[in-house]
Design a protein around this ligand. Structure first.
Ligand SMILES: CC(C)(COP(=O)(O)OP(=O)(O)OC[C@H]1O[C@@H](n2cnc3c(N)ncnc32)[C@H](O)[C@@H]1OP(=O)(O)O)[C@@H](O)C(=O)NCCC(=O)NCCS
Length: 193
């Protein structure tokens, strides 16, 4: 378990972030079949548990990427979703999904707030960014709830799963940010999960 959250601003739910383990692979692959995850993330529709297991094993060799299982604090810490971080210099680009069963109770915002607290304490980054499909109203609302602001000049068409996606980008600084000049919007690769 990376960290246990205290009460989170604006949301009564309490979540934790823990490292993915190989035993979570089947659950991830099952969730990835959800139509909304297919519609709005880069996870392929034919993703298998074995592929996820391989990706989880490789995570330890990727210093520029962290990925967390969002889980509950109750007995067993039920699995709720995925929150990933890709580091680009002093910017952390985040991506996420919440399982269909856990939606509608602010899980993504609670997890992102917890991550912001962790990154603030760690001092590794000054900025967080994310991008999303322009039609992804829920994700854009989550970004706003977590203090992200849209970068008006950063709209772009990205190729995701062979399709052209109109996307928008958001960013926010980390509390106590030591680099008040925001980095240039990231052209980034097509990772939205
Ligand atoms: C985006 C996602 C992570 C949000 O999950 P969540 O934490 O359960 O979010 P909630 O359902 O609590 O909703 C968050 C906010 O969005 C709003 N919202 C949710 N669905 C919405 C919709 N279809 N239209 C408009 N607003 C919506 C909620 O009302 C809430 O705002 P409020 O607190 O002001 O009422 C989840 O919907 C998901 O996993 N979607 C598929 C994958 C995805 O899009 N990932 C992000 C890629 S960038």
């Amino acid at each position: 378990m990376n960290r246990v959250g205290g009460p989170l601003a604006g949301d009564p739910d309490r979540v934790a972030l823990r490292a993915w383990s190989e035993g979570d692979a089947g659950w991830y692959a099952h969730c990835a079949q959800d139509p909304e995850i297919q519609r709005f993330t880069s996870d392929p529709s034919d993703l298998t548990a074995e592929q996820v297991r391989d990706a989880i094993k490789k995570l330890t060799d990727l210093p520029e990427r962290d990925a967390y299982l969002i889980c509950g604090l109750g007995p067993g810490g039920e699995r709720l979703g995925n929150l990933a971080v890709d580091y680009h210099g002093r910017t952390a680009e985040i991506s996420y999904w919440v399982s269909p069963a856990a939606r509608g109770r602010g899980v993504a915002a609670a997890a992102i707030q917890l991550l912001i607290d962790t990154l603030t304490a760690g001092g590794r980054v000054d900025w967080l960014s994310l991008w999303t499909h322009v039609d992804n109203v829920a994700s854009r609302r989550v970004a706003e709830q977590c203090g992200f602001a849209r970068i008006a000049t950063a709209d772009q068409i990205r190729t995701v799963k062979g399709a052209q996606w109109p996307t928008v980008q958001y960013r926010r600084s980390v509390p106590g940010c030591s680099s008040p000049t925001a980095p240039e919007p990231d052209a980034g690769e097509a990772r939205v999960q």
